[in-house]
Ligand binder design. Structure first.
Ligand SMILES: [Zn+2]
Ligand SMILES: [Zn+2]
Length: 175
């Protein structure tokens, strides 16, 4: 046995950055060209459910059949948070006490659904034009954290089997 010190240092993302990045990844699956939004529901660092704004199961997508616009909003899709909650419901997964990582500030309807599902904390990195959600989150005692947008790129070097951002400053940690 030998102990090998790492040759390079990496800036490891925090848990919040990690799950926000997963939410960004989920948003890539969105089916509406007007907006791409992703949501990851997490408890004890365990992913309970994910969602993106998309059409109802087995129905046409906005990308193929066009958006159905009512009062300036596309109503063909469910929002990412609703889809994540519904996905958990299909699998009988309780969301009580979970954290919702969302690419955008939840709209009023999604904020209310997250609250009713028992979400205790919401983490976002981008705003949304509908800001009543914040009112309801605050009224219900749900913690709302706005974090900087995480690193947008995912690097994976097949030759060295490494990813993340090289750093000269931070030692790897075990947290
Ligand atoms: Zn649409
Ligand atoms: Zn929404």
């Amino acid at each position: 046995m030998s102990v090998e010190k790492p040759k390079r240092m990496w800036r490891r993302p925090s848990w919040d950055e990690y799950f926000l990045k997963l939410a960004m990844l989920a948003s890539e699956r969105a089916t509406c060209p007007r907006m791409h939004c992703g949501c990851v529901l997490v408890k004890d660092r365990y992913v309970l459910s994910t969602g993106y704004n998309g059409s109802l199961p087995d129905t046409p997508h906005c990308y193929s059949d066009g958006c159905i616009v009512v009062k300036g909003h596309c109503v063909r899709t469910n929002h990412a948070e609703i889809n994540a909650i519904c996905h958990a419901a299909r699998h009988a997964v309780s969301l009580a006490g979970a954290t919702a990582y969302v690419t955008n500030m939840p709209c009023t309807a999604c904020a209310k659904a997250l609250i009713a599902a028992g979400i205790g904390r919401v983490v976002v990195f981008s705003e949304y034009h509908d800001n009543l959600g914040e009112h309801f989150l605050g009224e219900s005692g749900v913690v709302l954290d706005r974090l900087p947008v995480p690193e947008k790129l995912i690097r994976y070097d097949l030759e060295t089997y490494t990813s993340a951002i090289p750093s000269a400053e931070q030692m790897p940690s075990d947290d």
